[in-house]
Design a protein around this ligand. Structure first.
Ligand SMILES: [Zn+2]
Length: 113
């Protein structure tokens, strides 16, 4: 399950931020997960509690913010919604498209004290 190592990198990032910004406890973590990222939100939440133990995020709540896939269609000259990485433009059928959103996994916000 690759989510375990992803959660570990999220926790490490937060610990570095805690060091830089001098906070001691994290209450809530909002994590953006793109719908094209092949990251399972449920697995992230499941791993989080185990990885968080005895770290700065021990007891924190993980909130998943799901980000839909989006791509730029040069033919239609606009952004279109897509559901997988090899999607065609839903309007004109152009393929491949430049994916502009939905592949990320990143910390959106932290509630700290
Ligand atoms: Zn198009």
């Amino acid at each position: 399950m690759h989510e375990m190592s992803l959660v570990q990198s999220v926790v490490e990032t937060i610990e570095q931020a805690a060091h830089t910004h001098h906070f001691r406890r994290v209450k809530t973590v909002w994590l953006e997960i793109g719908e094209l990222s092949s990251v399972e939100p449920e697995a992230m939440v499941f791993c989080f509690d185990a990885v968080a133990r005895n770290t700065i995020v021990d007891g924190a709540k993980l909130e998943i913010v799901s980000v839909p896939g989006e791509a730029w269609c040069p033919h239609c000259a606009r952004t279109v919604p897509i559901e997988d990485l090899i999607a065609q433009c839903p309007d004109c059928g152009a393929c491949p498209l430049d994916i502009t959103d939905g592949r990320q996994m990143r910390i959106q916000e932290l509630e700290v004290e």
